[in-house]
Design a protein around this ligand. Structure first.
Ligand code: HEM
Length: 489
């Protein structure tokens, strides 16, 4: 068997019992991963293994497990082997997991360096324009029911396209780009990792979609060369100027592929997070009012000033919205879009006295420590005030909220943390700042224009709140994801 004699004499982590060979715990992990990991952690501790599709998976949990997982040496484990069957056909050649780690690190640095304060200042304007445009176009009634999952996904792609790809491609979004993107996206599912050998139609579609999207981006690059708007702070424009440390220029094909990777990495993560936040806020009218008040106080200096006086948001305002920030932080604690990071072990390593053998796929899952009841009382409760405290209760009268800080007990610095929705170490997310900016802008623009609540089931009379759908790459809310909005007057 896959777990048997070849590891004789090694003190392996406890193995979860299973009845069907080869399949092992695949269904448990596939269909109810969070409960499976929470329950297994109670029984076996921070490290345990299970059989999945003929291979061994080993899970590392808790702050110690997080730290071990995210800080492993390159010689011991790598991400490429775990992710490439899924990502390389989608992102394309010579980028991300199709290159050695050192090159990925340089590519991430290029992207990070493009996300300057000047760029973020420009993004605030672009995003505001997109969100307001969307609301003016789609949320036209005084009150109506809307599929928020669909709406937020649309808003996220419009805003990301404008900021990352630039004005030209944003303007083509409605026709060619959206279709190619949607086809490519359908090929970006966990199924692809298991059934890479199946000639399923969507693999063919996926590969064609990659070629189409890459060509659209390459054409846009050519256009940019002759018609550069220096004032446009999009990501693609910045990447066109990047050079590796050895002097080689980042190729045009690689620029196009990095853009594809950024779009896919940023779309569902950000969009799902915003949808969950909308749903939790829809269930809490008071919190919506608190968020509106925070905006009014931060921008107008007077919490009782009329909402209609609110000026457009600027980059500097966003720092003065700590309650909104705490809401995003809390939603990423209870509903993080990514619940399992993976690596392939290439050399035996020891954790907590157990040998994790080469060949294992290891899973890091900070979402489990984020739901640990000893660290976060009532862990399933959405309570942004956990991350929010006031040093001096009288101090915000002047409208300066800078003394609002996050509670110290939830230290997020370093990898040995219970709270890591963006990962840690060499593979840590570079999109956190952008995601926060995008989510803050979308939420604050909606909140100043609308109130919203959950629809009520006509039979049970209960408010309809979605469950988690674990079948896609990010954990989305199950359908229907409706809210009922009412325009503020
Ligand atoms: C990596 C989460 C948004 C680009 C990661 C990782 C996590 C994560 C957990 C680490 C994966 C690992 O260790 O295997 C999130 C969440 C987001 C978000 C929760 C939004 C709420 C974005 C956005 C972008 C982006 C908007 C692009 C603009 C990346 C990139 C990596 C990454 C390039 C590096 C992958 C690597 O080094 O292997 N993200 N992400 N992410 N993310 Fe994000």
């Amino acid at each position: 068997s896959s777990t048997g004699n070849k590891h004789k004499g090694k003190h392996l982590p406890p193995l979860i019992p299973y009845t069907v060979p080869f399949i092992g715990s695949m269904l448990d992990f596939g269909l109810r991963p969070i409960n499976f990991m929470l329950e297994s952690r109670k029984k076996y501790g921070d490290v345990f293994s299970f059989v999945f599709w003929g291979g061994r998976m080993t899970v590392l949990l808790g702050p110690e497990g997080n730290n071990f997982f995210f800080n492993m040496k390159l010689a011991d484990a790598n991400a490429e082997e775990a992710y490439k069957s899924l990502t390389v056909p989608v992102f394309g050649p010579d980028v991300v997991y199709d290159v050695e780690n050192g090159i990925l690190m340089e590519q991430k640095k290029f992207v990070k360096e493009a996300l300057t304060t000047a760029a973020f200042q420009a993004y605030v304007g672009y995003i505001q324009e997109e969100v307001q445009g969307y609301l003016d176009e789609k949320w036209t009634k005084t009150s109506a029911r809307e599929d928020i999952g669909h709406g937020i996904a649309e808003l996220t792609i419009r805003t990301a396209a404008r900021c990352l790809l630039g004005k030209n491609i944003r303007n083509k979004l409605d026709d060619t780009v959206a279709d190619a993107y949607a086809d490519l996206d359908r090929g970006f599912t966990p199924l692809n990792m298991l059934f890479t050998w199946l000639p399923l139609p969507y693999f063919i579609n996926r590969d064609r979609a990659h070629v189409r999207l890459r060509q659209i981006f390459l054409d846009a690059l050519q256009e940019r060369k002759t018609n550069v708007d220096e004032l446009d702070h999009d990501m693609m424009g910045s990447l066109m100027k990047c050079t590796y440390r050895d002097g080689t220029k980042l190729s045009e094909s690689a620029v196009a592929c990095i853009m594809i990777a950024l779009l896919l990495a940023g779309q569902h993560t950000s969009s799902t997070t915003t949808s969950w936040l909308m749903l939790y806020l829809a269930d809490d009218a008071k919190l919506q009012e608190d968020l509106l008040k925070e905006q009014v106080e931060a921008l107008l200096g007077d919490p009782s000033a009329p909402t209609s006086n609110l000026p457009p948001l600027e980059f500097d305002h966003l720092k003065k919205l700590p309650l909104l920030e705490a809401c995003i932080k809390e939603i990423l604690r209870i509903r993080p879009p990514l619940i399992a990071a993976m690596r392939k072990v290439t050399r035996d390593v020891v954790f907590n006295g157990y040998t994790i053998p080469a060949g294992d796929t290891i899973i890091g899952s900070p979402c489990i420590s984020q739901l640990d009841e000893t660290l976060y009382p009532e862990p399933e409760k959405f309570d942004p005030y956990r991350f929010y405290k006031k040093a001096d209760p009288g101090a915000s009268a002047a409208g300066d909220n800078s003394e609002w800080t996050f509670a110290d007990s939830y230290d997020t610095k370093g990898a040995k943390s219970s709270y890591l929705p963006f990962g840690a170490g060499r593979h840590r997310c570079i999109g956190e700042g952008f995601a926060y900016l995008q989510i803050k802008m979308i939420m604050s623009t909606i909140i100043r224009n609308f109130k919203f609540e959950l629809p009520v089931d006509p039979v049970t009379k209960k408010r309809i709140f979605p469950d988690r759908d674990f079948t896609s790459l990010v954990v989305m809310p199950t359908k229907p994801t409706d809210i009922v909005y009412t325009r503020r007057t």
